[in-house]
Structures are given as structure tokens and as C-alpha cells.
Ligand binder design. Sequence first.
Ligand SMILES: *[C@@H]1O[C@H](CO)[C@@H](O)[C@H](O)[C@H]1NC(C)=O
Ligand SMILES: *[C@@H]1O[C@H](CO)[C@@H](O)[C@H](O)[C@H]1NC(C)=O
Ligand SMILES: *[C@@H]1O[C@H](CO)[C@@H](O)[C@H](O)[C@H]1NC(C)=O
Length: 280
Amino acid sequence: FPPLLLFLAELVCDAQPTYQWKDTVTGERLTCQQCPPGTVVAQHCSRDRPTVCEPCPDLHYTQYWNYLEKCRYCNVICGEKQVEVQQCNATHNRACQCQEGYYSDMEFCIRHSECPPGSGVKKPGTPFEDTQCHSCPPGFFSPNSSTNPCQPHQDCEQQGKVTNVQGNRYHDTLCTSCRLGRGNTTQGPAVEDDDCEQAMIDFVVYQNIPIKKLKRLQQILERSPKKQQPWTRAAIQEKFRTFLTQKKEQHYEVTKELLDALHIVKLHSIEEKVRERFLL
Ligand SMILES: *[C@@H]1O[C@H](CO)[C@@H](O)[C@H](O)[C@H]1NC(C)=O
Ligand SMILES: *[C@@H]1O[C@H](CO)[C@@H](O)[C@H](O)[C@H]1NC(C)=O
Ligand SMILES: *[C@@H]1O[C@H](CO)[C@@H](O)[C@H](O)[C@H]1NC(C)=O
């Protein structure tokens, strides 16, 4: 043979794997060609005839060159929280993946975790990995359990307002248009001013009040029985703030009641701060 033909023959041999087969009639050892993916052996080769391959029937496959006599059954079944990502075809078994919002953990699809209040998503969950959370960095907050990233605090100056309460991990910075005290006393804020009333509520609620006293304040104003849920400070603050804001909107004298309550609970320094800041 000319060298080029030999070379080509070798290439073909390399591309087409073979197997050893003992002819059942003659007992002769033969080297047969394997069948390509998607097919199996219909007839093994004989001395004068190459291997005969046949395609896999529906719902069956072979993924590799082979000398199987039967195709494999597509035996993967997608579960309840799974979606099919590879259809069963002649060359591939069916393949499944956890559906949106779930990740796989030992055979099971488990819902992505939410990040607790004060922390947010650092890396969203994938079909293979749970959500990764991190505590909100300075300047960011997340008020509730969520699969959202931490949000940046708002910038009051940018809105032409002043910062009333500095934000933390759990809540946003609160701005106000109320002209807060300190120096410019000639035009003090009118407490009747809705904006100022809200500002005062926000200011008091988000003071660093010990949980016990915060609960006492809440009881006094809500006139609620003593039994309370074992909530976190952040949760109590949110609830208390909502309550006071509603009360304000119903035109109760929240400002006065709040000051009285501060007095009863002996939060004198805070009471002072409020009087000074809001010129009460
Ligand atoms: C089977 O699916 C695979 C992957 O999606 C694809 O590459 C291949 O061409 C398909 N085979 C047939 C016979 O349709
Ligand atoms: C969580 O907080 C975000 C931002 O304040 C809000 O849009 C969302 O509705 C809240 N989700 C729940 C379940 O409270
Ligand atoms: C207080 O008044 C002075 C002079 O009118 C003004 O320049 C300053 O911006 C005011 N400060 C605040 C906090 O309103």
C-alpha cells in the first residue's frame, strides 16, 4: 500500500473501536467493529461481514461506542420538584435538575434558604447550591427574611432632607423635612406638623432602648397585657413604629403619650433628647 492509504486506514481504525468476538459457528477469534452511540449490535461480525448495528428504539439509548446487544432503558424519572434538562433520546438518558428556587442535596430538592433580617443574599442559590447569605455591611440593610440582597441606606441630603435616624443592618436611614431643633430655635418645629410627629416617633422607636424597657413602652401605649412574644429588638421596633404611626394617623396625641411613657419608664435621657430635638 502507498503510505497515505495506510495512514488513512489507521485513522479509520482509531475512530472506530473494535472488540474481540469468537464466531459461534467456526469458533474463530475475530476483531469486530463496535457500534456507534445510539445503536447496538444487531449481528456480530463474521469472517466475511462486518458488524451490523441497529438504532435504539424509543425510550432507549446508548451513550458510547459499544457492542451491547440491547439498548439501555432511559431509567431516570424526574421527581416532583425537578425539571427535565435532557430529554431521553437515542444517545442520552433523561436528566433532571431541581426546579427554580430549589437546590439538590443528596437526591432531594430543597427550597433555597432565605436570609434572616439584617442579612442579605451574597450569592443567589442555583439548582446545585443553596443561597449564600451575609450580614449586611455598613451602609446596607435588609428588614425581613428574603432572598434579596441588602439594600443601600437612603441618602437624606440628596433628597434635600435631614437624617432623623441613622440606618443599621435592619432598617433604612429615616429622613425628615421637620426642621429639627439645635440652634435655629426661632422657627421651631410645630409638633402638630405631621412630618415632625412622625420624625419624633421614628426617633424614639429607634433609640438604643433596652428590650425590657422597649416592651414596657409598648405595653403602656398599646394598653396591652404583659405577655409578649419573644421578639428581637428589630422586630419590636418595627411593630411599635407601625402601631404609633397608625395612632398618629387617627389623630391621637401620640407625642404627648410617648413623652409621658418615656417618663414612666424612666428613660430620662431619651426624654431630654426628644424635648431638645423637637423643642417640646
Ligand atoms: C440527544 O441529545 C443530545 C444533547 O441534547 C444531543 O447532542 C444529541 O444530538 C441528541 N441526539 C439525538 C439522536 O437526537
Ligand atoms: C421585605 O422587605 C422589602 C423591602 O422593604 C419589601 O419590599 C418586601 O415586601 C418585604 N417582604 C415581606 C415578606 O415582608
Ligand atoms: C440654622 O440657621 C442658619 C442661619 O439661618 C442656617 O444657615 C442653617 O442652615 C440653619 N441650620 C439648620 C440645621 O437648619
